[in-house]
Design a protein around this ligand. Structure first.
Ligand code: PLP
Length: 402
């Protein structure tokens, strides 16, 4: 499966042993309460990563038709695939129906009507959970908050009864459960406690228990430590799940699902980039690297902070702004950080790039696609999934012609 390699920067380096440990910790903690985990594929759809996640028996959380096709191709069983997203295209809905996925996480009344129509046209029942916007402030970055009162995601509580009625009166819609996802990189457990209380209230206010065989999906959002990734490599899944076990008051036999993305994959990945130029400004020194916002968009998108190390230098520390080569002022990897004295040609490692880095890669400036490499038992490998990849592509077009 692996072949010889040339390491050309910038590239992603994934430590499969770290991924393995993280997945073991997550699945073990979830097992204690019989919780089901779906992996949010949008965090990282690198096939080597998704293959390993699938081997741990997780389900998949998809937000597009292509993600559903990819999940199926990687071996995730259809009955473990959930499908969220505020803008599902009719063809994507049809694909999901024909592939018999576990559940649509439906985000609006109008979407519910479209799913019903597509189901009817294809003579299929649509299994739907309603994504509810619980009005919770998760105190994360504004741009990754999804569950506040006024937000494009989810159905507002004031419309829940209407959505329930729609499901009840339709022969094509099968109401399967409630879905929540309040945001990402949530560093405090308080918003999750709040979420549990909201869920408990919704269950009693709308007499949810009268519908049999429902499941509850509580989304993702568990944070990782971007400041000290080496000290806190594995997120505290055990405490995270225990918060729900302690605070949820829903029927004992109800299946409870989570959708974890970042917490499963962020710490196994690094972006490796080379310093192309050093440049003295008036008060600052800039390091211009060959990787930038096209390989790691998070700092430009939400002022995200990543730990960065110079793995080539042992000189005393100096203060730098690390910027990419892209023609945008926001193309910054880090501002005002201390690194050992750095010169042209030094190699930098940007930590916590396993989530929302490769999957957000941009082509802007006609950039070459950065490659990915893998560490296993201290050895570095290139993935040789190219042939498999091609097969996958043809399968995608095949499925699309359904
Ligand atoms: C992105 C997303 C997730 C995963 O969020 P993380 O913060 O990466 O755990 C889960 N559910 C839905 C619906 C999402 O859009």
């Amino acid at each position: 499966m692996f072949t010889n390699i040339i390491l050309k920067t910038p590239y992603y380096l994934y430590d499969l042993d770290v991924l393995c440990q993280t997945l073991s910790a997550a699945t073990l903690s979830a097992k204690k309460y019989n919780y089901h985990i779906h992996y949010a594929i949008k965090a990282n759809h690198n096939p080597v990563i998704t293959d390993m996640i699938n081997r741990f028996g997780l389900g998949a959380d998809c937000v597009s038709g292509n993600e559903i096709v990819e999940a199926l191709y990687r071996g995730f069983p259809a009955n473990k695939i959930v499908y969220a997203g505020v803008g599902k295209v009719d063809d994507e809905i049809k694909l999901a129906l024909l592939r018999d996925i576990f559940c649509f996480n439906c985000e609006s009344i109008e979407e519910l009507e479209v799913i019903e129509q597509v189901a009817k046209n294809n003579n299929k029942n649509a299994h739907v959970a309603l994504r509810i916007n619980p009005g919770i402030q998760p105190h994360t970055h504004y741009n990754i908050t999804t569950g506040t009162e006024e937000n494009k995601f989810g159905i507002h509580l004031s419309q829940l009864q209407q959505a329930l009625d729609l499901c009840n009166h339709s022969p094509w819609l099968k109401f399967e459960g409630l879905h929540f996802h309040i945001g990402s990189q949530i560093t405090s457990l308080k918003p999750f406690v709040e979420l549990c209380k909201k869920v408990n209230n919704i269950f009693s206010d709308f007499e949810i228990q009268k519908y049999g065989g429902l499941h509850l999906n509580l989304g993702g959002g568990l944070a990782v430590d971007y400041g000290e990734p080496q000290q806190n490599m594995i997120p505290d899944f055990s405490t995270f799940f225990s918060v729900f076990a302690a605070n949820l008051k829903v029927p004992q036999n109800m299946n409870i699902h989570f959708e974890l993305g970042r917490s499963l994959v962020a710490q196994c990945g690094k972006l490796i980039t080379k310093v192309l130029y050093t440049k003295k400004g008036i008060n600052k020194t800039f390091l211009i690297t060959d990787g930038g916002m096209t390989e790691l968009m998070r700092p430009a998108l939400y002022q995200a902070m990543h730990k960065i190390e110079n793995i080539s230098s042992k000189y005393p520390e100096e203060k730098y702004d690390i910027v990419g080569p892209i023609c945008e002022t926001t193309d910054v990897l880090a501002k005002d950080i201390f690194l050992p004295g750095t010169k042209r040609g030094d190699i930098l490692a940007v930590y916590s790039c396993g989530a929302y880095a490769e999957s957000m890669m941009l082509k802007y400036n006609m950039r070459e696609k950065a490659k990915s490499f893998f560490l296993k038992n201290g050895k570095i490998f290139a993935s040789n999934l190219f042939e498999k990849e091609k097969k996958c592509k043809s399968q995608i077009s095949e499925l699309k012609n359904y």
